[in-house]
Structures are given as structure tokens and as C-alpha cells.
Design a protein around this ligand. Sequence first.
Ligand code: SAH
Ligand code: SF4
Length: 427
Amino acid sequence: MSRNLCSGAFQTHPSTMMQTPHAAAPPVPTVPLFGLALPELTALLAERAQKPYRARQIFEALYRRRVSSFDEISVLPVDLRERLASDGYTIGLPEIVQSARSVDGTERYLVRMADGETVETVWMPDGDGGERGDGSLAASEEAASEAEDEPASSFRRSTICVSSQVGCAVNCQFCLTAKLGIRRNLTSGEIAGQVAAVLNRHHVKLGGASGSESPARINLVFMGMGEPFLNYAPFMQAVRLLVEGVGIPESRMTVSTSGIEPAIRAFAAEPIRPKLALSLNASNDLVRQSIMPITRKWNIAQLLDAVRTIPLRTREWITFEYVLLGGVNDQPVHAREVLHLLEGTRSKVNLIVWNPGPGIAYTQPEPEAVALFQKTLMAGGMPTYIRRPRGRDIYAACGQLKRTVDSAPLLQSATASNLVSIDVPAV
Ligand code: SAH
Ligand code: SF4
């Protein structure tokens, strides 16, 4: 009998199943293995009278080798693979269903989950978000042109921007993702799976993989759609799978939060965690409340108190993101307030020029205001960077991502301009 063991996440998706004529038995609901931690795999295998080493083999195949079908796990006996498939288990990697490529090498993907929901994930070869060099515009421009000189297929390092929710509930007034509202949380497998899907697409070999070439340097920024700290446990599980399974060091990961105070405190106690970026975006509560209503729940002082509980590692700092909105938060007085707020915190500031979106009534800051803001912060001793746009022609900005599947296909919507680039951790 030839059983189809190729268990992509979409095989038993309801819409696919409806196309199957004369289906005799009701379909077995699928359960993705991708996203399960080793103890969960061990328990699942024990239920089938299998020894723990079988779970380790599956763990290795899922995360280190990033297989997409049971067929590829040849160390497992065929009957065990068949048993798992007939019990409804799939590998369950999310699938890249559309992509758009920028002239600067940035690629934006529409990634589809098993239930048909989609999020966006961005790949930026050699991306450094303008943080290389001294942070000046000149330094970032130099870095950007270097990246453009690279042939499309090669990269020394790359950054992947990962989504954590379908939509977002936080309702920041300047953000396009906010317009979607929240549709649902992503699971740990769906968060880590975006990374695996993108790595597979680029045939990336990480440390520990076989082969003579030197491993790629991959940075992760959890700055895509959604608020990771409102999906805390699955997000942290994804981080652990990416560190311990996929093999990306936590020092090359940064998570950005709009400021969920209890989650920041929990994060401070995590043994394995990315670096933190806080979307400060305003220099006082009044302004912040007007652009980020969530400030009414946790004000700036509460957020900074929580952030200061994080035990910083060597060469670690807290990044404060600051979206500059023309006439709202971009004046020297605001910069001086920021300096005052951040006094005594090992921090740096990433300035992001606001990117317009449909139905959002702000204006971009004047270039002079941006330069003066940076200068004021630098003069006060604060390392300050201006994020340079990446993927300008494909609308690929983290923090600006919105699901395009319900409207225009991704490739057709790839004409919008004005993007922010993505914050990239130092490596
Ligand atoms: N939800 C998280 C992470 C995703 S947003 C957070 O808010 O931190 C990532 C970054 O993009 C945040 O710093 C956010 O303030 C910024 N951002 C959102 N919309 C933007 C826009 N239209 N222009 C520029 N930056 C934006
Ligand atoms: Fe959500 Fe971040 Fe956008 Fe705010 S800026 S609405 S938290 S994605």
C-alpha cells in the first residue's frame, strides 16, 4: 500500500478536503509536530511505546534539519512514521504562499498557517537597519549600498522579521497593523515555523549543520505583525525552539514590545531570552497616551521600572524605538525629555521616521527635525540611530505589515513606498 507520508500542513485543511471527492471517512484532525518541545515529543512517543531517543530524533529532524515531510525522517522506522501520520500528526511547517522581492534584496513573504490565516515575514540579506558604523546617516547609507552590491543569491548575514499574532490588539494610532484588529495568536510552531520556512527557502546552513562552508549569520527580530508580549508563552516557547533546536543564538534575537508591563517583568526572569526593544515613541505620558492608548494601562514610568529589572548581559543594552511623527513628538524638547527618562539605563535609541498608511492622519517629520532630534540625543550621550528604509519598493516594513491576502495579492500590492527598515541586533 502506498500511504502518502508527505504531511504538509495544508493537506487536511478544510478547503483542501472539500475538494477531495467521495471522501469515505471523516478526516482525522491534523496536529502539527513543529512547535512541540522535547518533553512534549517524548510524551507523545511514550504513548506509542517508543523510547525517548525517538523523540530526540524527531526533534533534531524538525528543528535542526527543518524537514517538511515524514519521508525525510529516514531514521524513523516506516511503521512509526505511518502511525504518526494516521494518528493525524503532520510536520506542520507554515507555507510561503506569495513573495515580493525588493531591488535591495529584501523579500517579503505571505506565510499561510494550517487554518488559512496568513501573516507576513520579511527577509533582509545583510540588513543592519542602519546600526552599523556610528549610526549617522552617512554610515547607514554606506552600509545600504554595500548590501545592494551583493549578488542576489549570496549573503553573509541576514535578518528575518517574524510575526507573533495575526493582526494586533494594541491599537497604536500610527500603525497599519493596528487597523486589522486581532484575529488570533500564533502558536509557537507558527512563530518558529516562519523562520524555518524562510531559512529553507534560502537553503541556509546554520552552525551544526553539515557542510564545509561557514555557517550563515542569521539575526531574528520579532517585530512583525502583532504584539509578542500579548502572546507571551507561545512566543517564548518559539524562542527556545529557535535557540535550542534551530541553532540561532539568543544574542542574535531582538523582541520589540509596545510595553506590556507584567510580561516585561516575566521576561526579565527568563533564562533564555532575546534582547529587548521597547517602543517608547513619546517622551511623556500625555503624548504617548494620544498615540499609544495602551499607555493608560501602563505608563512610561511603570514600563521603565520593569525594563530596569532585566539583568543585562555583556554587550547588551535596551533599545528604545521612537517613531517620529511630524509635529507630535519630534521637537528638541521631546528629545531632552527622552534623555531625562533614559538616564541611568544602559540604552540606545532607534529613531524611525513614521511611514504613512491609508487612513492614518499623521505627517512625516521634516528631515531637519529628524537630524536635530538625533543630534540632541547624541549630544546628551545617548547612542542614537536612524533606521534606514529597506525594501522600499515592496512595502516590507516591520511594524507596517498588514495582511494583504484579503485585499490585493502580494505581488500586485508591491508598489507602495515609504518604509521603515527593521531593527537589527548587533552581531
Ligand atoms: N508590536 C510590537 C512589535 C511590532 S511593531 C511593537 O509595537 O513594538 C515594530 C515597530 O514598528 C514598533 O517600534 C512600532 O512603533 C513601529 N511602527 C509601527 N507602525 C509604524 C509606522 N507606520 N511607521 C514607522 N514605525 C512604525
Ligand atoms: Fe501592535 Fe506594535 Fe502596531 Fe502597536 S505598533 S498596533 S503594538 S504591531
